[in-house]
Design a protein around this ligand. Structure first.
Ligand code: AGP
Length: 620
């Protein structure tokens, strides 16, 4: 939800802090700030409401210096996007500065106690409470002592976080210790880039690229004391521990725009390659099946699975809906799809032979993480379908499958969605071939999957036409997206793409459902995108298209063949290549992504950083 960076070493800290925040801006971009420190000087702040680029200009014009610093780019949870609410926050009268990612649920009661003790609050945030709490504990711990020590600082942080309820990733700087940072994590990610004479801290690995390839993922309830030449890690319950230093995966390459106007457009066009990455090494032609290395279930256990729960949020929940059709159709396994935010609080009766897949691009979505923890607590094997190696969900699940789609920076998910569907298709093949699916059926499926990157490349050829169509409809205020069976989730995903980057209200529906109310919305100002490829329900969807036209609703038809009826009825027609129905959601979502992108551009929206959104929703 927010992006955190920190540096302690021998260079001036601000270049790393600013560049790091730019790479984390996809996590939240309401406001940004940094704090830096020189020995025997007060902590200095620079904060803006708005983008990191504005902060960068401010810092360049300031006299901020120092070889230690922390930074933050914010997605507001408590308090509007103002300078006062921007991080870093100062504790006490300047003894500490901290940045926070997460939500402190009991901050109001803690704040009341601190106010009663005379602490002056400058912001409305929960994070500032922690800053004053640390100072308050530091005062108590060092009272009567000749000096404040590092140990006092460590204990002050440890005692402070014990009072917190909620999720946090904290990075804390101390005025009197200009060569030390303390990081502590519970629920919000923090990773440390390890080097001999300088250390780098960030919310994820992207800012570390180019600085080090050795990293430490801080785990929940771990605290790190970070100095230029040393890192000590303490666990809340086990004391001093030796942290695992990992190799920064090659997947986290410095991802630039490579000439594209936006990350979203780049990632739309990366989909053929992302799908190749998802397929690579997983198709077993000799046995007409697929293979996954990380499910951590024996063949016997896999065969005994009697139900599968698929859970996620947003686009990942749409992937789960497609997964339901896939696994029921190809593997004949009963599937439940659940919003993670609902599942975590429900208590559905589930038989012991139920396994749970959490579907997530970031691996940090709080609701998905919480839902998987709840399912694990009830004894179910949990698996992650995830794009970020080493993310919280990837680490906590009992196993899983990585997408290998490469970093997805654009807030609107595109290549992760089609990669998730590719993995789910292979999973359905795998389960199916362990049960009833024939060798020939498996071979046919593999042949279709091997053609998929080329099908997506051909689907991208509609871009010029989509751009023209976008010009006709960019002023609309409402859209309907209609599809059936495998393409009902496609309709939902197309609607989500449009609304989240163009801010136009759009709703996806099962095409037949239109008659039960939504058709009242249809008029000449409300375009309907109808996904109507050939298949068992083609005629039915065609009837729904006619029902829209009968009410003067403009129709944008997504088709995979020429049909005079559609040509007569539809106002715009976008062709996609023909494929099996279970692959249509992947192929049909390409024009829908492009339509949303082009309309958003015409409306002057910030495609990569849409208002009010963040790439990874790590709060509940
Ligand atoms: C998708 O375009 C959105 N950005 C959002 O719905 C996203 O899919 C959702 O927040 C889940 O994120 P995750 O896949 O990283 O868990």
């Amino acid at each position: 939800m927010c992006g955190i960076v920190g540096y302690v070493g021998f260079k001036v800290a601000s270049p790393f802090l600013i560049r790091g925040l730019q790479q984390l801006e996809y996590r939240g971009y309401d406001s940004a700030g940094i704090a830096m420190l020189c020995p025997n000087e007060p902590i200095r702040l620079a904060k803006v409401t708005g983008r990191v680029s504005e902060l960068s200009q401010m810092v360049q014009q300031s006299s901020l210096k120092g070889t230690i610093g922390i930074g933050h780019t914010r997605w507001a949870t408590h308090g509007a996007a103002t300078k006062e609410n921007a991080h870093p926050h100062i504790g006490g009268t300047g003894q500490v500065a901290l940045v926070h990612n997460g939500v402190i649920e009991n901050y109001e009661s803690l704040k009341s106690v601190l106010i009663a003790k005379g602490y002056q609050f400058r912001s409305q945030t929960d994070s500032e409470v922690v800053a004053h709490l640390v100072v308050d504990r530091l005062k108590d711990l060092s009272e009567g002592q000749s000096e404040v020590t590092v140990q006092h600082c460590v204990e002050a942080v440890q005692e402070s976080v014990l009072q917190l309820r909620g999720a946090y990733g904290l990075l804390i700087m101390f005025r009197d210790f200009p060569d030390m940072l303390i990081a502590v994590r519970c629920g919000s990610p923090l990773v440390i880039g390890v080097s001999k004479q300088e250390q780098f801290i960030a919310s994820d690995t992207s800012p570390l690229v180019g600085h080090t390839d050795r990293i430490i993922y801080l785990a929940d309830h771990q605290l790190a004391v970070i100095r230029p030449d040393s890192i000590q890690v303490l666990h809340r319950d086990h004391g001093r521990i030796r942290p695992e230093v990992r190799q920064l995966s090659e997947q986290v390459q410095e991802s630039g725009l490579d000439g594209y106007a936006h990350y979203m457009l780049k990632e739309i066009y990366e989909q053929p390659q992302a799908i190749r990455n998802a397929l690579r090494g997983r198709l077993d032609r000799d046995n007409a099946t697929a293979h996954f290395g990380g499910l951590n279930l024996t063949t016997q256990q896999l065969r005994s699975v009697e139900r599968i729960v698929l859970t996620g949020c947003g686009t990942s929940w749409h992937s789960a809906l497609v997964g339901e059709y896939l696994l029921e159709e190809l593997a004949r396994i009963p599937i439940e799809v659940e919003y993670a935010s609902e599942l975590r609080y429900r208590n559905p009766p589930m038989d012991p032979n139920t396994i749970v897949f959490g579907i997530t691009q970031s691996g940090e979505t709080a609701d998905t993480l919480a839902a998987l923890r709840e399912m694990k607590r009830k004894g179910h094997h949990t698996l992650a379908i995830c794009n970020v190696i080493g993310s919280s969900i990837a680490q906590e699940a009992d196993g899983g499958i990585y997408l290998h789609a490469g970093p997805e920076i654009g807030v609107a998910s595109t290549k992760a969605f089609t990669s998730q569907l590719t993995v789910l298709t292979m999973l359905a093949l795998y389960f199916g071939r362990l049960r009833h699916l024939s060798f020939e059926a498996g071979q046919r499926l593999i042949a279709q999957l091997e053609k998929l990157p080329e099908l997506v490349e051909r689907s991208l050829e509609c871009h010029t036409l989509v751009k023209q169509i976008a010009e006709q409809y960019s002023d609309a205020t409402n859209f309907l997206y209609l599809g059936r069976q495998f393409n009902f989730p496609t309709a939902l995903e197309g609607a989500l793409k449009l609304k989240e980057i163009s801010y136009i209200h759009a709703e996806g529906y099962p095409a037949a459902e239109m008659k039960h109310g939504p058709i009242a919305l249809v008029d000449e100002h409300t375009p309907s995108v109808v996904i109507v490829p050939q298949g068992p329900v083609y005629e039915k969807v065609l009837s729904n298209l006619q029902e829209v036209k009968a009410r003067s609703g403009p129709v944008i038809a997504i088709v995979d063949h020429d049909d005079p009826q559609v040509q007569r009825l539809a106002d715009s027609i976008i062709h996609i290549p023909q494929c099996e129905d279970f692959l249509q959601p992947i192929v049909a979502s390409i024009p829908l992504q492009l339509l949303a992108y082009e309309i958003a551009i015409l409306r002057g929206c910030d495609v990569d950083k849409p208002r009010n959104l963040a790439k990874s929703v790590t709060v509940e």
